[in-house]
Each structure stands twice: as structure tokens, then as C-alpha cells.
Design a protein around this ligand. Structure first.
Ligand SMILES: C[S@@+](CC[C@H](N)C(=O)[O-])C[C@H]1O[C@@H](n2cnc3c(N)ncnc32)[C@H](O)[C@@H]1O
Length: 278
């Protein structure tokens, strides 16, 4: 079977990748079940696209069946992490849904030392956006801490480095680039020294040790639940119910619909919504 792929930044050059005819796809379902059971990410509706992506991944790793991959990830931690990094979608950018961030900042300003969790944070833009907004409101950096977690190791590494392309900054309000970033070739490095307590950590939200991060005043979980089914959405908000302080607020993305549940009730303010504990 032949697969054709354009090489990055070389639009004219076509690279041929060959997957042997004998590639055994029979364990695809098993593999997708493992990913879903571990992470919540439901790839069943994207079966064809994901099959091609996974075959190319296997080929690069010298693996010639999904069964071998399924077995390999059980003992090879790096292979497992590479697979998770491949199948998770890390799309994010600075000041995404600014009005919602603004509302959260309004709440944060009422709390003397505010603890915020961004789960997931992908490559960190949400965490830095909140820190920039608090700093713009003259909140001393010692008065807030923001923790960003994500299951994708590459994304967390990028968040820790804090170096971003122009594309990530396209929604940044005027003037902020000069205040908070240092140009570095084609990239912009965030001036991390301007903020006190920002932490990034690789976590799967379903790992039991995740709740050991403690309790937070504000939890952001935007654009992850869209990849889960209702059962995993419920599991997720149960975890957040444990990690949110009694008076805390949970912010979800606009497309993150949660099933009826006994943990949270929806509130609306200025046509924006968030959740409080029942
Ligand atoms: C589209 S990004 C959202 C980033 C950011 N919150 C935003 O809205 O811009 C979704 C992220 O969810 C992460 N994710 C998916 N399942 C996860 C899990 N079980 N635990 C932690 N992160 C997960 C993915 O790695 C991905 O980076």
C-alpha cells in the first residue's frame, strides 16, 4: 500500500512512504479502545483518518501491525507517550475566547491569593494569557499561581520553553507583544521572569495522582471534553468537583457540553457561562 505525504515547508516535494502490503490492521479497534479507556479521547468516529495516521506512525517505528503496537505500548513508555502525542489535538492560542478569560480574571481579582488550574493547557498559551491579564490589572505575581497540565508531553515541553510562533499570537491585544515577549528569530519567547508561580506538568486527568495537585479557586477546562463521550465527560467533571474549592468556578469551552449531573450547576453572567458546585 502506498501513502503520499507532503514534506513540511517543501510544498513542491512529494515524499513517498511505503507501508508493506502485509500490514495487519486487525487490532485497530483494540488500540482505539486502549486509547479511549486510558485518556477519554474517542477516535472511533475518525476511524479512516486515524488508521492512516497510525499506519504511518508504525512504519516510522518499524512496527508492522496494530497488534504489535498494542502490545508494544504496554511495556514501552516512550512508545506509548509518542502515540498519545500523535493522537491528541493541541490547537490553542493566546487570548482564545478573551471575554471568558476576562470574566475569570474579574473573579480572580476578588481572591487575595488565587489558585488557577488549566486542565488541559496544551502548549501553555491559556496559562500565560491569564498571567498577562492579571499582571495588566496590577496583580503582583506573588498573589496568584497558575498550574497548566496536559497529557501531551511535547505540548508541555513547549509550554515550559515558552517560545511561540506569530500564529499563536494572532489574537494578542496591541502592545502586549512588546511588554511580554522577546523576539527570537521567527519566534517570540515569553518573559517568564515577569510571572511568579506558573507551573506546567504532564498529567492525564484520569490518573489517580492528578487530584493530589490540591484544590483550586478557578478551573479552566476548555476544548478537551469535545473529544470525549458522555461517560468520560461525567468522569472528568467528577474529578474537577474534587479539585474545585467550595466557592470555586469551573470554566468550560463553548462547545463542551456536559450531561445532567449532580456535581455542578450552570451560571450565566454577561452572556458567558461557568459552573459552580451544587
Ligand atoms: C484543543 S486542546 C485545548 C487547549 C486549551 N485548553 C484551549 O482551549 O485552547 C485539547 C488538549 O486536551 C489534551 N487532553 C486530551 N485528553 C487528555 C487527558 N485525558 N488528560 C489531559 N489532557 C488531555 C490534549 O493533549 C490537548 O492538548
Amino acid at each position: 500500500m502506498l501513502f503520499w505525504k507532503k514534506k513540511k515547508n517543501q510544498h513542491q516535494v512529494i515524499e513517498k512512504e511505503v507501508v508493506p502490503l502485509s500490514f495487519d490492521t486487525s487490532a485497530l479497534e483494540t488500540l482505539l479502545h486502549t486509547i479511549k479507556d486510558d485518556t477519554g479521547v474517542d477516535l472511533f468516529s475518525k476511524n479512516n483518518i486515524i488508521e492512516t495516521k497510525l499506519k504511518l506512525f508504525c512504519e516510522r517505528k518499524g512496527i508492522y501491525s496494530f497488534r504489535a503496537l498494542s502490545e508494544g505500548i504496554r511495556y514501552d513508555k516512550q512508545l506509548y507517550q509518542d502515540l498519545i502525542d500523535l493522537v491528541t489535538v493541541n490547537e490553542t492560542y493566546f487570548y482564545r475566547e478573551e471575554s471568558q478569560l476576562d470574566l475569570a480574571v474579574t473573579f480572580a481579582l476578588r481572591i487575595p491569593h488565587v489558585k488557577i488550574l488549566c486542565a488541559p493547557c496544551a502548549s501553555g498559551e491559556e496559562v500565560y494569557s491569564l498571567a498577562m491579564m492579571l499582571s495588566q490589572k496590577n496583580r503582583p505575581s506573588s498573589s496568584f499561581s497558575i498550574t497548566g497540565i496536559d497529557i501531551n508531553a511535547e505540548a508541555i515541553e513547549k509550554a515550559q520553553k515558552g517560545s511561540y510562533s506569530e500564529r499563536s499570537l494572532h489574537k494578542l491585544p496591541l502592545g502586549l507583544k512588546e511588554i511580554f515577549f522577546t523576539p527570537e528569530g521567527k519566534h517570540y519567547r515569553i518573559r517568564q521572569e515577569r510571572f511568579g508561580s506558573l507551573h506546567f506538568q504532564k498529567f492525564n486527568i484520569f490518573e489517580p495522582s492528578f487530584t493530589a495537585l490540591g484544590q483550586f479557586d478557578i478551573i479552566f477546562s476548555r476544548n478537551m471534553l469535545i473529544y470525549f463521550d458522555d461517560a468520560f465527560r461525567l468522569k472528568t467533571i467528577e474529578v474537577f468537583a474534587k479539585m474545585l474549592k467550595p466557592e470555586g468556578k469551573l470554566f468550560l469551552g463553548h462547545a463542551d457540553i456536559i450531561p445532567e449531573n449532580s456535581f455542578f450547576e450552570k451560571q450565566s453572567e454577561h452572556r458567558l457561562s461557568y459552573y459552580i458546585k451544587r
